[in-house]
Write a protein that binds this ligand. Sequence first.
Ligand code: ZN
Length: 321
Amino acid sequence: MIVVILGRYLLNPEKIMRGVKIIRKLIFLVLRFTLIPFFIREIIQRKKVTIILYHNIKPNTLDMHFKVLNSKYNIITLKNFLEARISGKVNDLPPKSLIITLDDGYKENYKLKTILKKYNMRPTIFLCGGIVGTKRHFWDGEDCVSNNRDYLKTISNKKRLEFLREFGFEEEKEFGDRVALSNNEIEELKDIVDFQSHSMFHPVLPNCSCERAYNEISQSKKYLEHNYGFEIYALSYPNGNYSDREISMAKKAGYACGITVDVGFNSQNTDIFRLKRMSIADDADINELLVKACGLWWYIRKIFDYTSQLHKLSIFKNEVF
Ligand SMILES: [Zn+2]
């Protein structure tokens, strides 16, 4: 009887996913209350600068996250860190400094306005110059990409575009609906948000030709400066992909720093074009937020090197960059 019930349960994908989600939540709950996150914050993060990354977080979740982050960390801006880093004064920043960033500039970010005003934390939102203020789409949000995402990130940029073209996607095509922030929304947010660059069209930069990669990096900076009057000093590498070539290009284009999704904390000695960042799932609960913001989750993954097997079990879903 038990075997039959178990069999029915295991054959139901929805039930499996629900079970996986519950297990996942329990793991974060247990990890949080081991007090390891507390000790990491108080011992390691105390003298470091942590940068966290969101994409398309909902206002209620952000409200909940900000409240907790405010009580555990000292929130500073990316500009605060950069200025301290340049003048050699990172050690003078508040203990447990934390910077909030959001990649891509999704139109839903506008709904965060009330929460951003409430906490006055001035996060950095990285925009794609070729997509923001238009009805163009991000290539990796298209239906044809969902089963080919990993493959498309490994092939040349030219081949990726050819693949997408077969499904009717063009980078400069205007669609019926909008996915990125509009010009008016940016105008309304600019006093409470630090807008920076995330390339023009979000390609995998190391897969691009030299000319294309440099255009992506330099044109985005120029476009955002000329069209919105921003001071663009930071580049977030799309998908977190970069190489020495992209770093040289970012320097040549006039950026002062580059942000990765390499796991770790930042200090006076961190390479300013390889700033480290912790990715937080947009739907993370407080346990998951605290376990990931202190790096514990990523270190566990590294130590056990179970990533690929656990990916198959879907336990680590929603950790896209
Ligand atoms: Zn991105």
